[in-house]
Design a protein. Sequence first.
Length: 202
Amino acid sequence: MPEVPAGPVYGTLSGEIVGPGGPRAVVVSVLGDGVVPDGTVITQWIHVLRLEFTDGTVVASRLADPPVVTPEPVFRSGRISPSPPSVIAPLLKRVSEPVTELHLDRARESLVAGEQVDFGPLTATPDGLRHDGGQIPWRDVTSCRCSVVIADEDESELGAMLRMEYRVEGGAHGLPFDWLRIPALDVPDMDVVVRLAEENRT
């Protein structure tokens, strides 16, 4: 008789295991922390794309890759990836790249004209980036990228994030730099922010 899992059970998932003996149907119980009783973790990449047009039309899509079952020790070891291992991501990239180039050209023109460009919690100015009332000069940005943290025991901010490091005196833990971590969905045109930072920081 299978062992009854401890802790709250949030539901069951029907699935299939393919092994040396061929495929067999299974049902797994999902616990509160996402770990199933046999020591595996079920994860799934969700891709959200939102396009806003000048006439006010908004097109939003939410696509999902098939669920992935990962041994818990592998999941807990953590992994940072520049993009999710996905069959959908390349398709969305084909849609987003031309839009990014268009918006990047417009943002450059605005900054050259002395104007500012809003990116949700960040505002780009000719001199740098404003965030939460503070100003980060372009020259102080040492790294700006989107990365995906799949799992890490020491990392509380999982998922797709805009991660920026910048030089500052008396930063956290006495280090000569500080950093921002902002959920990717909170930053419109995030790829434009990354490109602007790369172009203006040197």
